[in-house]
Unconditional design. Sequence first.
Length: 292
Amino acid sequence: MAAFFQTLRFMLQKQLSMGQLSALGATFARFAFAAPFAAVLATATVLVSGAELTPPSGLFWLYALSGGLAQILATWFVVLLFAERNFAVGITFKKTEVIQTAIVGLIVLGDRISLAGMCSIFLGLVGVLVLSDPATRGRPGVLSRFFNRAAVLGLASGACFAISAVGYRGATLEIASDLPFLRAILTVAAVTAAQSLFMALYLRWREPGEVTRVWASRFTSVWMGLASLGGSVGWFTAFTLQNAAYVFAVGQVEVLFSMAASVRFFRERITAREFLGIALVTGSILLLVLLS
């Protein structure tokens, strides 16, 4: 569910970023139009469940706000990435988040990576190398393969999404409830509200008039907000139940959704080399799940 709604949201976000809004404006729209729906859904869930909640701890806010900031940066990087490569390849670059989440988990939580896991990480890096091959004449050098703008944006977005996933999982586990959906939607509501406020203030400072343009795009942005909420609820509920790296690994079905969207809606062509890169990255994820 999360992968489907996230693909839909990125489709709408790409459309908005292609002239209607700036990259930051399209990023803000995603959070701003999701926050009100998240607040209503969280309130309804509390009332229906009859749960008695205690005030969130300081550790909850540390996890939630750090994850929220990382997600803002990650989403911004993805929107910028759309200008570099087509939709399906852009999403696949972002999907290095799975491998990077496993690495962050090792560093932060002490999660061990098996030999099979290390092999899958190496395979994923090969796939990223193939995808990051810039479209230039002649044979590119090694440095241009790794240090072009598309590769940097893709890897940066994956790293930020990995950090946000670990933060969100930590936040959901800080809520004292046995109901996974309740813990998830309360975290979603808190995070999206904080993200919307922060980005509104930042845009007022750095891009005057962009908030007004976001509001003018509301008839499209509201659907992006709903798609964003559906994706967030799916991811956050899964984070309450399982390690974030495995949640993202299952979410690799998004690559298939994005390829279909790239061809069907954006009329984009995927080259043989790009198919190879997508296959290698996807294969690395499958190895991570099946053999680790």
